[in-house]
Design a protein around this ligand. Sequence first.
Ligand code: ATP
Ligand code: MG
Length: 567
Amino acid sequence: MKVSKLLIPTLREVPAEAEIASHCLMLRAGYMRKLAAGVYSYLPLGLRTLKKIEAIVREEMDRAGAQELLMSALLPAESYQKSGRWEVFGPSMFRLKDRNGRDFCLGPTHEEIFTQTVINEVRSYKEYPMTLYQIQTKYRDERRPRFGVIRGREFVMKDAYSFDRNDAELDQSYQAMYDAYCRIFDRLGLDYTVVDADSGAMGGSGSQEFMVKSEIGEDGIAFCEKCGYAANFEKAVCTVQASDDKPELLPMQKVSTPHVRTIEELTDFLKTTPKAFAKTLLYRADDKIVAAMVRGDRELNEVKLQNKLGCIELEMADADTVCRITNAAVGFAGPVNLPIEVYCDLEVAEMVNMIVGANETDFHFENVNINRDFKPTAVLDLRLIEKGDPCPHCGEPMGVAQGIEVGHIFKLGTKYSDALGLTFLDENGEEKTVTMGCYGIGVSRCLSAVLEQNNDENGMIWPVAIAPYQAIVVPVNYNDPTQSKMADEIYTSLQEQGIEVLLDDRDERPGVKFKDADLIGIPVRITVGKKAADGLVEYKLRTGSSATDLSVEEAVRTAVTYIQENR
Ligand code: ATP
Ligand code: MG
């Protein structure tokens, strides 16, 4: 492709809307343009890279024995109503009605539709195990679309669904997807970590996420360098060491704490530390109000609480509700005589003589002790993991990082097959329920994730495997007949050998051409300049700092070998 003919509207300025490197670069390098919040158009270079990622995903899915099909994005409501997710998705589902008033949505994910397809089309138990997949556009009206295609409202996902006759088969299907995901993310050149993920809200027996460590990642991950345990924050197990010294239980007493609302104010006022205090937080769980307690210096992990309660919606109770239930202003809630269920974190259960709110404005209790002064409904792991917490497997202090979730694999079990009625008759004529798994990859999100890990001050640095073009030939002066003849030759020769190559035939200053080649991140650059008269060109890799003078044949040969070895 000749650059003069290519739609590649690069920008010199850093676009104001872009907060992160990948987003900024995709706009600057003319890979994509924004249409609305979280909605983007792919221009030619962006689309080529997206298609290459898709091709890798497709190859590895096929290699793993999954079969590709393609579902509509426009979906009738019925199967989502049957599974209950018509409600569960809430405002994040794009909904619409047809001219007859019938409900539709734009598919956010397709468990129901695949399940229904298998119900309709699979005739015999012998057809299982079966894994189906598609690479398709998804719609979610995200609360905060941001970071370009990292969190879009329209995005490309590869979603796969496995259908098995029993748990042992599901384990195998799941493992096949796990292995395929590792090959995919390896081929994309991503540095990633597989973490245990929460499977509570969706049901199911196991779930892992593929995380790309990155400061801009929206998910917290905890990992142990020693034993390899890794989990996302929602799932990460917090342990508590029971202390050996058992201080004497002191009598509970009420203390006046006027105008003290925050933990900082309280600890200043009582001259103590947040560790001596237990927070009592009130939540609305569907239609009941519950309390949850964590130590004063800890954060509550809402996912853990939600899983315990099995509720669909969990949100902090509003101020009016808190006042009504505690009979006190916000900031003075405590577990003693609280007329609702109280869930206690493991650490709180180990506390002795703790300080809590007194359910009375401007008062706290000191020396409160669990089971003596209040009886919790349950004691469980409720807190959010922190850096340095002991690994639940080996006890070593854990590290934390931010991650971008690029893939998610999930043992669903029978949630959807039960809801929609996907059963089979086994070889003995006995009716059994099909057990399922689901497996997603954020194909368009991968584009950004790769870029986040592969860029420098000059622009993008694409791995050969997904670069929009693998090589670029840059004649310094295309009006010079020697240079243009040589550049054309190299261009044709590379094309003939199956290399995807650009020829920068524009009448631009060399500085502009080099800047653009670096910005759009083409892995191999062959520059044809003054030394063309001596039969020499400059060979340079986007990843390397220095250029080498080579003969035309050598340059072409080196480029072809390098690209073939890395694609
Ligand atoms: P997140 O926690 O980031 O919102 P999710 O867990 O809701 O994602 P899944 O339902 O597991 O997402 O979807 C499978 C994959 O699709 C994710 O692992 C992610 O890579 C990708 N994905 C999800 N939401 C978006 C989005 N809004 N924009 C781009 N990719 C997305
Ligand atoms: Mg997920």
